[in-house]
Design a protein around this ligand. Structure first.
Ligand SMILES: Cc1cc2nc3c(=O)[nH]c(=O)nc-3n(C[C@H](O)[C@H](O)[C@H](O)COP(=O)(O)O)c2cc1C
Length: 202
């Protein structure tokens, strides 16, 4: 089949692309509202784009009614966020934290999770998390203005927290110890433990 995006429904384009562009890693994002309430939400429109300086991008899209999600509102106001690891033991909590609560109500109460202070930014990171990336906002690029339109939140990673328990003997993250999970289309999620190795060509 073919989909000519110009004449297709937005929801059909969305459902097709989330199934095709997969798996997607999940940023589990903590932000602070202007009044100090901690917001937590997952975003799978997410990746890491360069190391010098380290740059991440994720996209809280506009809601179906065209309004902004709490995470986006908070980052617009504070310019800071933390990306917490998304790993298999937390799958249920990650999903729960995507609940749409009224602005200013914290998803942390839903999942009963503690936080720890960050070092370089004000939003806290989750306690007992395999890794957390403290980020400062570089730029927000809105692309479109209707339902499910993107807001590219570009952030610089200013502090990396890693639990030594997920490191291998070479000092790098060991995927079997980290146990990352990722999003596919529909209600599908995936594990990342079926690995194979290839050496890069010279
Ligand atoms: C695993 C997962 C990934 C998600 N990825 C995105 C995403 O990339 N962009 C988005 O706008 N919403 C995404 N959502 C939905 C948001 O998490 C949801 O709208 C949430 O309520 C936003 O919270 P906030 O209003 O507190 O920012 C995802 C949900 C789940 C469960």
């Amino acid at each position: 089949m073919q989909i000519d995006v110009k004449s297709a429904q937005v929801i059909d384009v969305y459902q097709m692309l989330v199934g095709l562009v997969a798996p997607r890693p999940i940023a589990w994002v903590t932000t602070l509202s202007a009044t100090g309430s901690i917001n937590l939400a997952p975003f799978s429109f997410f990746n890491f784009f360069g190391a010098n300086p380290p740059v991440v991008v994720f996209s809280p899209t506009l809601k179906r009614d065209g309004s902004k999600k709490d995470t986006l509102l908070n980052i617009e106001q504070t310019g800071e966020f933390v990306i917490n690891a998304s790993t298999e033991p937390d799958a249920e909590a990650i999903n729960q934290s995507s609940s749409m609560l009224p602005y200013g109500e914290s998803e942390l109460t839903l999942i009963g999770r503690d936080t720890e202070s960050s070092v370089r930014v004000k939003p806290p990171r989750l306690a007992n998390i395999p890794f957390a990336l403290e980020c400062k906002l570089l730029q927000i690029i809105p692309v479109g203005n209707g339902p499910i339109s993107a807001n590219l939140v570009i952030g610089e990673v200013v502090m990396i927290h890693v639990n030594d328990a997920i490191l291998g003997t070479d000092g790098h993250p060991d995927p079997h110890k980290l146990s990352s999970i990722a999003r596919m289309g529909g209600e599908n999620w995936c594990r990342t433990l079926d690995l194979f190795q290839l050496s890069r060509p010279k």
